[in-house]
Write a protein that binds this ligand. Structure first.
Ligand code: GLN
Length: 494
């Protein structure tokens, strides 16, 4: 029996078209993989084995119909609303909450023929970089279970890296798709702000949040993005354009694209292994058809501070709705005011409370101008600098994360170090630009390292071509993910 876990989206569909495998068989292979890996990895908060098999059987009964995600087993982050199905955001405060509607992306995945096999773990309300802020469980990195998978979409990244789903969705407010993609050796994409509808994504920081895909390779990632992107009447901030074609021009790679890289990379604290891969990539590009030009990357000095002011301000306002009245948890308290306090006291975890406090502080009168208004000004400056840069260049190449995966527990006591994981990812959120992380190589300890590309506003097609170009430089899967032939299994490992 061929190992069904090794097929890409188009590969699987070739099997379906040729009647060489049924969706049910594929689904069963993924469920078996979950049975093997999930007990230690803990990527999922819920697995829908029965309904996935039922949906698979219904797809088989109709036969392959050419839809772009027909028969693709997918996992989604548990901050995406699913009608009638618990949606927790990995928070106690949403325990028991069943949304009355689906997120737009959930409807779009299903309309494209995907089967959702589970909902994945995250840092509570997507606040964190390690998945350790979940109120329910800690997810482990499939490459080495003593290490964090990254966050906040750590469950979605780990599920794909451990072959427990062919692809998944996460959300990225300051790096939460790209950073765990980098730490788990998979591709992670965040589109231009407004490219993908946020309707049904539980809000963390609405002006920064974007939903996007995790996949094993760039082509799969492009197909997923095409399926979920495009205007949505339920989200007034979506770009009023249909979903772009991202996959047909991929093969052009870097051809004709003008690449830039931050020439002051050495200034930023990062692991030697990350710096090494960045330098080697720049050398490779110089030898190839697309030499990269050194530039000053907008916002590097200010992005972390700006991000944590804006994100926490918005979070403090967005999370005000969890008061025990409308959603999930409610304590039995003596008075209404006590009920508000006690529900929020019992329902939110430490990190969420820290952010609500910080956010409320930067919005309070007397501090608003010094922090929030100032951060908005810096944001405008960063946007303008990016705009200027993208008149001369098409893509910016830089690391995704300053380090490979860190040990579980290592950064928990030190929020500042944890926040600094986002130094290379937050600029794209602040400026609303599309960005992708592509697995590039392994650190000496055998853990993956990703490199990032950022493109100009609305330029996902160029971004994906560049990502495909990088994939052809690194050959990460061919080199580091063992494919034991058609008879064997595929294990993540060097
Ligand atoms: N790690 C960042 C934070 O903690 C980003 C989170 C995200 O993108 N959701 O806020």
């Amino acid at each position: 029996m061929t190992d069904l876990l090794q097929y890409s989206i188009e590969g699987l569909q070739g099997l379906y078209r040729g009647h060489k495998a049924s969706v049910r068989e594929v689904m069963q292979s993924y469920l078996d993989s979950i049975a093997r890996r999930e007990p230690s990895i803990k990527a999922f908060l819920q697995v829908f084995g029965e309904s996935a098999l039922k949906e698979a059987a219904a797809l088989d009964a109709k036969g392959f119909d050419g839809r772009s995600l027909y028969g693709v087993p997918m996992a989604i982050k548990d901050n995406l609303c699913t009608r009638g199905i618990p949606t927790t955001c990995a928070s106690k405060i949403l325990e028991g909450y069943r949304p009355p509607y689906n997120a737009t992306v959930v409807d779009r995945l299903r309309a494209a023929g995907a089967v959702i096999i589970g909902k994945t773990n995250l840092d509570e309300f997507a606040m964190g970089s390690s998945c350790e802020n979940s109120a329910y469980q800690i997810t482990r990195n499939p490459w080495n279970e003593a290490y964090a998978p990254g966050g906040s979409s750590g469950g979605s990244a780990a599920a794909v890296a451990a072959d427990m789903a062919l692809a998944s969705l996460g959300s990225d407010t300051g790096g939460s798709i790209r950073q765990p993609a980098s730490l788990c050796g998979v591709v992670g994409l965040k589109g231009t702000y407004g490219r993908v509808s946020r309707y049904g994504l539980v809000a963390f920081a609405s002006s920064l949040d974007q939903i996007g895909p995790f996949a094993r390779d760039v082509r799969d990632c492009a197909l997923l993005m095409e399926a979920i992107a495009g205007h949505d009447e339920h989200d007034a901030t979506t770009i009023p354009e249909p979903s772009p074609d991202l996959h047909s021009a991929l093969e052009k790679g870097f051809d004709g694209l003008r690449i830039a890289f931050p020439s002051d990379l050495g200034k930023w604290e990062m692991d030697a292994s990350v710096k090494d891969i960045a330098t080697r990539t720049i050398d490779d590009l110089a030898r190839g058809s697309a030499p990269a030009a050194g530039v000053t990357l907008p916002g590097m000095e200010m992005s972390i501070a700006t991000y944590y002011i804006l994100a926490n301000a918005e979070a403090s306002s967005n999370l005000a709705r969890y008061d025990g009245v409308k959603y999930g948890l409610r304590t039995s308290s003596k008075s209404l005011a006590d009920m508000y306090d006690e529900t929020r006291g019992a329902g939110f975890g430490e990190e969420v409370k820290r952010r609500i406090l910080l956010g409320t502080y930067v919005l309070s009168s007397g501090y608003y101008d010094a922090y929030y208004a100032k951060a908005q000004q810096v944001k405008a400056l960063i946007c303008a600098q990016f705009e200027e840069l993208f008149t001369k260049h098409d893509l910016i190449l830089l690391p995704t994360s300053p380090t490979p995966a860190f040990k579980l527990g290592e950064r928990l006591a030190d929020p500042i170090t944890m926040y600094l994981s986002d130094i290379f990812t937050t600029p794209a959120n602040i400026a609303g630009l599309p960005a992708i992380s592509v697995p590039a190589g392994l650190a000496p300890n055998g853990l993956p390292i990703g490199m990032q590309l950022i493109a100009g506003w609305g330029r996902e097609a160029k971004l994906m071509r560049g990502a495909f170009g990088l994939e052809r430089i690194y050959h990460f899967r061919e080199r580091f993910v063992r494919v034991a032939g058609s008879e064997g299994g595929r294990d993540a490992g060097a």
